[in-house]
Ligand binder design. Structure first.
Ligand code: ADP
Ligand code: MG
Ligand code: ZN
Length: 188
């Protein structure tokens, strides 16, 4: 039977990693063999996947998505992939291969960059997922539902790895205000 794909997406701090770990634990409780992967670019927490609330699990680190197939342990029923937006476009083909091997896949990843632009890999996976779970954090300014990850630092590279030191989840209104303060004009 072909596996099922779940995509958990949202901003930073929205609970994607917690939801991924919850689902993997649930699968283990049901007697399934699970294996968790994360891309090497996410160098936080070494070989662990760790949520902002401190929940963690050991993961297999990959540099290129194609490595996942070789790193796969025999008899795995469910594969989890955290920070999937950083995995590179090849991950889409790898996930499809896993599904065709009959393996269920749960991916968690950012929907948008700090520039509020969609991450193509997450979008692509979400488009052919069986289930999509969109989570939102709490806006760090006003407590509303957060919409995007705001970068507090001035760095402008697309990918800058960091946590609460560099990023905050903001609702749409507070994000526009923060951008306006930075640029001196509206970003709408
Ligand atoms: P993600 O993987 O989406 O970045 P995590 O699963 O690592 O999120 O962390 C979620 C946890 O982060 C929450 O349960 C909460 O304890 C904590 N947290 C910190 N800042 C926020 C915030 N602004 N909104 C919601 N949760 C937050
Ligand atoms: Mg996470
Ligand atoms: Zn707000």
């Amino acid at each position: 039977m072909i596996g099922k794909l779940v995509v958990i997406w949202g901003s930073m701090f929205s609970g994607k990693t917690e939801e991924l770990l919850r689902r993997l634990n649930r699968a283990m409780r049901a007697g399934k063999k699970v294996q968790l992967f994360k891309p090497k670019v996410d160098n936080r927490a070494g070989t662990c996947v760790r949520s902002h609330a401190g929940r963690e699990a050991e993961a297999v680190v990959f540099e290129k998505p194609g490595e996942i197939i070789n790193l796969l342990e025999p008899g795995v029923d469910v594969v989890g992939i955290d920070e999937v937006q950083f995995a590179g476009t090849e991950i889409v083909r790898v996930v499809k291969d896993l599904l065709f091997y009959g393996i269920d896949v749960i991916c968690s990843g950012l929907d948008m960059s700090y520039r509020a632009e969609p991450f193509p890999v997450t979008m692509h996976l979400a488009a052919f997922s069986h289930e999509c779970v969109k989570l939102s954090a709490v806006c760090a300014e006003c407590g509303d539902d957060a919409w995007v990850t705001h970068r507090k630092s001035e760095e402008d590279a697309l990918v800058v790895i960091g946590g609460a030191d560099k990023y905050a989840a903001l609702c749409m209104e507070c994000r526009f205000k923060a951008q306006k303060g930075r640029e001196g004009n509206s970003c709408r």
